[in-house]
Structure formats: C-alpha cells, structure tokens
Design a protein around this ligand. Sequence first.
Ligand code: COA
Length: 250
Amino acid sequence: MERISLSINGVEISVLKGSDAPIFYVHGSAGDAEIWKNQLEEIGGYAIDLPNHGKSGETEIRSIDDYAYFVSELVSEISGSGVIIGHSLGGAVAQKAYLNDRGAVKALVLVGTGARLRVLPKVLEGLKENPSETAKFMADMAFHRKNFVEHFGKLFMERAGILLEDLTLCNEFDLLDDFRSGKIKFDIPTLAIVGENDLLTPPKYSEFFKAFGAEMRVVEDAGHMVMIENPEAFNKCLKEFLHSIGKVLL
Ligand code: COA
C-alpha cells in the first residue's frame, strides 16, 4: 500500500493506493482513507482523504457537491472513470459525483447511506456544547461490535469540529423528492450495502434505492461501520458485485 497525492484546483488530495484498479473509496463524516484498509488489501483500488480530512489539504467546503467535485476530478485524473464506493456522507458524495459528472462514474456502491441523511438534533447541538459525551454517543451508535467504540469515541472527540461540519452537510443532503418524482434514477450498476444493525442509516434507507435500479445486500452482525465490523462478509458482497459488472469496466 502506498500514499499518492494529486493537486486538484490547488488543494493537495491524499490517496491511499492498494492497486491501480479503477475503484475509489470515499469515507464518511470525520473519517479518512484508513477505514478502507481491509478493502484495499483484499480488493485494491484507491481510498481518498476528502479535503480537510486525513492527510489532504484544507479548503472551504460548503456542500456535498463541493466534496463531489474533488472526487470526480480525482477519478478523472487517475483513471478517466471508475467505480465509486461511498460510506455514509461518502455515499452522499458518490451520489452527487454520479449526478454531476456521469462520465467519471461507471458504477456506484452506496454503503450505509441514503438519499436523505437527517441527523439527530441532539448530536448537532451536543457536538457544540458537549463534544466529549456526544463523540462517545456517536461511536456507540456507529458500531454494533462494541470493541471498536472506545477507539472511535476518542477519534471523534479529537475530530469534533470536522464531525460537526460533515454532519451539518449530511443534515442538508436530501434527494428523496428527486428520486420519488422520477427526476433521478440509477442508469449505471448500483449496489447498496448496509449492516443489519445499522442505527445511523437503517436498512430501510438502502431498501429505498431498490425502486430506482439498485441492488441491495444486508451484512449480518454489523452496524453502520460495516466495512470495518464485518470485512469478510462486506468484501464478499463487493467482490461479487465487481465481478458481475466486470464487462462495464472494460
Ligand atoms: N431513505 C428512505 N426514507 C427515508 C430516508 C432515506 N434516506 N430518510 C428519511 N426517510 C423517511 C423516514 O423513514 C420517515 O418515513 P416514515 O414517516 O414512513 O417513518 C420519513 O422519511 C421522515 O424521516 P426523517 O426525515 O428522518 O425525519 P424524522 O423527523 O422522522 O427523523 C431523525 C429525524 C434525525 C430523528 C432521523 O432521521 C434519524 O433517526 N436519523 C438517524 C440518526 C442520525 O443522526 N444519523 C446520521 C446520519 S449521517
């Protein structure tokens, strides 16, 4: 695994590279490329640190579309087009990348995400007023396998500022009516993967995508952080999907 860095519109975007397969992973709120290590090792591709996250540079981000711009540009520069795999906020970014720059996106994998991502008001308030307790609460909500909670509670605490910024963007993200009115649907292969015990983006959010052309897989014994909590089952779903769309990628 190696780190590479590309300058996009004057911002250094850092990427963890597992292989040169045209597969691009986008992390969720206050995350970074490291959450995809199990996938980079077994499946390969590129995991992106979004601007203001991980080892990437800083810039002003005002909406999910701004993150999507950096992802589309990066995919275009590295391999012209590819499969975009986005988790939670990253899944919102992946949907916007597809809608805003269809040439860059050959297939979508939407992991623990939805067409609308409202956030509990007590989390948005709590991150301002009591970040330590709220960070622990978020980590507890995010994981079904509780052995991860302590580590991620500390991480969310250290990153409370960007966590609040990202969750505020999630709270504003809403494509439900655009799907329902027929304005948008998936014209490319799309897979929704969700942990059966996901409390932050429950399986019904993934179920919603099925009416608009997506397949759906539910991973047992996992919560919101499904790719970390049950990487064996998650990677199996992902590999089967990638295999099924092999021709699309050629
Ligand atoms: N896909 C499909 N349906 C969705 C949806 C999605 N992405 N988001 C919301 N809906 C549905 C809900 O299921 C609900 O349907 P119902 O009336 O049949 O039960 C309806 O739309 C309204 O839901 P919502 O917009 O979520 O508003 P709410 O006032 O009912 O609840 C919250 C607001 C914050 C309590 C709720 O969204 C929640 O618990 N969110 C998860 C916790 C969280 O903070 N997650 C972080 C995500 S990054």
